[in-house]
Unconditional design. Structure first.
Length: 177
């Protein structure tokens, strides 16, 4: 099967505008992540998932990413209804972080989908990251994750993180809520 490559930015917003005030829809992107130790602090950097047994490196999203959905494969063990948190930190500003901005006490030992409005959705799900007030910065985002309120004793949590990148060229703060 042939592969398709593309070197241009995949964005939404004013970048697609010419004369029409409407804009094209966002291109969905998917990042695969992995929390190898769900007993670790929620400030722990998650790993990007590499198919097979190899897991390596930080899971980093581009500036102005909007995470809108997660598919979770929770394989944590122990505890009573073990939970995990998923958040982020600004790669270039250590004061900009939210340990449960994407998922708050998600099910660490089950499979499921987390989307905006769900009970376990963090307050920054479906907002532009980093959520430093009303506008995002131009810095990449490092995804973090670990233990929730009900601690597991072992296992792991794998997930697919769905996002798109918001283009700020239209001069607005890009809020979509």
């Amino acid at each position: 099967m042939a592969r398709t490559t593309f070197s241009g930015p995949l964005r939404v917003g004013n970048a697609q505008k010419t004369k029409n005030p409407e804009f094209a829809g966002a291109t969905a992107l998917v990042a695969w992540g992995y929390i190898p130790d769900p007993t670790a602090a929620a400030t722990t950097e998650v790993q990007k998932w590499i198919f097979g047994s190899e897991r390596t490196g930080k899971l980093i999203l581009p500036p102005n990413s909007v995470v809108y959905r997660l598919e979770v494969d929770g394989s944590a063990t122990g505890g009573t209804n073990p939970t995990f948190n998923l958040g982020f930190k600004n790669a270039n500003d250590s004061t900009e972080f939210d340990v449960d901005g994407l998922v708050v006490n998600g099910d660490a030992d089950g499979d499921g989908i987390i989307k905006f409005g769900d009970a376990t959705a963090g307050n920054d799900l479906a907002t532009i990251l980093p959520a430093n007030g009303t506008t995002a910065s131009n810095d990449p985002i490092i995804i973090t994750g670990g233990v929730g309120n009900s601690a597991p004793t072992g296992g792991n949590v794998a997930f697919r993180l769905y996002y798109f990148v918001w283009d700020f060229t239209n001069g607005t703060d890009g809020s979509q809520k």
